[in-house]
Design a binder for this molecule. Structure first.
Ligand SMILES: C[S@@+](CC[C@H](N)C(=O)[O-])C[C@H]1O[C@@H](n2cnc3c(N)ncnc32)[C@H](O)[C@@H]1O
Length: 297
């Protein structure tokens, strides 16, 4: 299996392998429900030296050595900062949420992206079917002071049947084979192609539900933390072919560790528009990620 995994990754982009090896930084953002930029001075007083990212004044990185001890810092224990991967933050911010929006987060636990939406939106509905993860997510929202999130312990595949086209924005951070979280030093133990195919099927069902929940004129983002095109480009191609009123929207990011969507894989050809999808290559505090923005016209 290891051989197949590496062969596939090399075909997508050989740089991914180096990125998976070097995890020298982590990131956090200021929790705007509870704090402002003064929290950075509080961290500095405790001996930390957070580095701002270029694309958002509330997002910072720190060396990986600080990762364990920061959870004892005052800003962390007071829930004024939220540790979150840069790729997740940049993808959540790419859904242009505004203050009148009702946002649906269709696969929401532990709730990191819902918390980002809740800082900007009127209302957020967060769906999670797994009971344990659901209750942990509810606690997370409470601890971080988000008051505009409603939570639903439901299977995302069927949500559209109850809601119809109700949401201004939808985010689907789909359950996936999580290839971006593989720790190479531990070996490729739990990865196999069957898993990729199983997730690909579930993701298509969730994508249909996400798109059906969206208001005409609304926008959604489909995202995964995996590299396999079966779980990424193939699913975007599937959605674009199924719905004539689904259009992919290009996203401009000011970072250089990205690659456009690939348009052919293992003998399958995808629509040319799929190239507007984004694959974030792992680098520093960015873990591997894939996302595409889709508009319902
Ligand atoms: C990648 S995680 C979401 C992470 C989250 N968006 C965040 O940023 O904190 C995917 C989630 O989808 C959930 N999930 C699995 N099957 C699902 C389904 N049928 N409908 C909705 N969510 C599902 C998993 O339990 C998991 O919590």
């Amino acid at each position: 299996m290891e051989e197949i995994f590496f062969e596939r990754i090399k075909k997508i982009n050989p740089k991914i392998i180096d990125g998976l090896k070097e995890k020298n930084e982590f990131s956090f953002r200021v929790n705007r429900h509870k704090a402002d930029l003064e929290v950075i001075d509080e961290l500095k007083k405790e001996g930390y030296n957070p580095k701002p990212v270029e694309w958002n004044k509330y997002v910072y990185t720190l060396p990986i050595e600080d990762r364990k001890k920061i959870i004892k810092s005052l800003p962390y224990t007071q829930n004024k900062i939220y540790i979150q991967n840069l790729s997740s933050i940049i993808a959540a911010n790419s859904l242009d949420v505004n203050e009148d929006d009702w946002v649906l987060d269709l696969a929401a636990a532990p709730g990191g992206k819902s918390l980002i939406f809740s800082e900007k939106a009127k209302k957020v509905s967060a769906v999670e079917p797994d009971k344990k993860r659901f209750f942990r997510m509810k606690r997370n929202f409470k601890e971080h002071g988000a008051k505009n999130i409603q939570t639903y312990n439901k299977d995302g595949r069927f949500v559209y049947k109850a809601t119809g086209e109700m949401f201004d924005k939808v985010f689907l951070d789909a359950p996936c084979s999580s290839e971006a979280h593989i720790e190479l030093e531990k070996g490729i133990t739990w990865w196999n192609l069957k898993r990729v195919k199983r997730f690909s099927k579930l993701q298509k069902e969730l994508l249909i539900s996400a798109f059906e929940c969206l208001k005409p004129g609304g926008e959604m983002i489909y995202a995964t933390c995996t590299f396999s095109p079966e779980e990424n480009e193939e699913n975007i191609d599937f959605l674009l072919r199924r719905y004539e009123n689904a259009k992919i929207v290009p996203v401009n990011l000011s970072i250089d560790n990205i690659q456009e969507g690939i348009t052919s894989w293992e003998g399958k050809e995808f629509l040319d528009d799929v190239k507007h999808a984004i694959r974030i290559l792992p680098k520093g505090a960015y873990s591997g990620f894939f996302f595409a923005k889709i508009k319902k016209i």
